[in-house]
Design a protein around this ligand. Structure first.
Ligand code: TXA
Ligand code: MG
Length: 341
């Protein structure tokens, strides 16, 4: 029988038709890996209850085994399938923000295999706001563990083409849809200890969470007071294009002045310089601009690789709304950070 779907280096390209999604679900149920779109970035999915399948995710990505994965569900009713001792606050937040870009860290249920949580007794869980993702989870009839579908350390993918750049031949299938409208990953909120803490800023802002919970929420630093990374993923360099990235932050006018001078100096030395302008602003008026910058961020970082630049100069500032996530990703992508006063 001739194959209905195309392949790239052996990886199946599946569209969003019912036969294609049935095939994707069958691959997940059979212990394989399928990359699928979410409203944040593309995820690389495997059945969350299948140790062998989850181990394949770590191998395909080259991901350190101590960095846990997020489990994706298709309805808040499935929370009890993956988590235990769920606090009321989790249900309140799920009612307000799901489907959406908020991952809740809760006490892990037995059914979720140890590889998903990298041996921790907690699990991060979210219900994505993307029809294709939700259909896939429903058809697979199992919660899906999925990190971002990039090679570890690279910028996350916001298109199936980015997934193929990194993982073709290493995964069973990719769903050729788009619609990663937010462009940066979900907010990871830890509800497993007595106070909620943002472990990773993302698509749902700190301000939105504070409004919903009527309390101040801490954004965790790189390490806690004992020097232990608060979220395992925080200790690795991430989101990085191949060329070194120098990040300039601070006053916009001064940054622009300084970076123009530095870019010219590099060019005089014969280097190809890529410049990224990611000033998000610090107040409510920056809302739409920072959303646009977030939506384009990873695509622009990947473009720098395609254009073979020797050095990237990024200028950025902002801590309001999704601007906090943009700054977080740029800091982690940077080889050097220079604060311009
Ligand atoms: O938007 C997203 O969150 C995307 C899409 C595909 O859902 N997924 C994603 O996954 O960004 P990943 O693996 O690239 O990032 C997951 C982050 C990592 O920083 C990891 O350390 C943290 O969540 N994390 C996962 N489980 C955790 C846990 N039990 N405790 C603390 N941090 C956890
Ligand atoms: Mg990732």
């Amino acid at each position: 029988m001739s194959e209905m779907f195309k392949r790239v280096n052996g990886t199946l390209l599946l569209d969003t038709s019912r036969p294609a999604l049935d095939r994707a679900a069958a691959i997940i149920r059979g212990g394989g890996l399928v990359a699928f779109p979410t409203e944040t970035v593309y995820g690389l999915g495997a059945a969350a209850n299948d140790s062998n399948a989850v181990t394949k995710i770590f191998l395909a990505k080259g991901r350190p085994a101590d960095n846990p994965l997020i489990v994706h569900i298709s309805s808040p009713n499935q929370l009890t399938m993956v988590a235990e001792d769920i606090p009321d606050m989790a249900y309140d937040l799920a009612a307000k923000f799901w489907p959406g870009a908020l991952s809740l860290v809760l006490k892990k249920a037995e059914s979720v295999c140890a590889e998903v949580s990298a041996g921790l007794d907690t699990v991060a869980v979210r219900m994505p706001d993307h029809n294709t993702a939700l259909k896939l989870i429903k058809l697979a009839k199992v919660p899906i563990a999925a990190p971002s579908a990039n090679r570890s350390g690279k910028p996350s993918p916001t298109s199936y083409r980015h997934v193929l750049e990194d993982l073709s031949g290493r995964i069973d299938a990719v769903i050729t849809d788009d619609g990663c409208a937010i462009g940066v990953e979900s907010t990871v909120l830890d509800l497993s200890s007595h106070k909620p803490v943002i472990l990773r800023p993302g698509g749902v802002s700190r301000e939105e969470l504070e409004d919903a919970l009527h309390l101040k929420i801490l954004v965790s630093g790189h390490k806690n007071r004992q020097g232990v990374p608060s979220s395992p993923g925080m200790k690795y360099r991430h989101y990085s294009p191949s060329a070194p990235l120098i990040l300039f932050t601070g006053n916009k006018k001064r940054c622009e002045y300084v970076t123009n001078k530095i870019a010219s100096a590099f060019r005089r030395k014969g280097l190809k310089v890529g410049v990224m302008n990611c000033f998000c602003g610090t107040g409510k008026d920056s809302f739409y601009r920072s959303q646009q910058i977030a939506a384009d961020l990873y695509r622009d970082l990947r473009k720098m690789d395609l254009q073979n630049v020797d050095i990237i100069i990024a200028q950025a500032s902002g801590n309001y709304g999704i601007g906090l996530a943009v700054m977080n990703r740029l800091r982690k992508a940077a080889t050097r950070i220079i604060r311009v006063c």
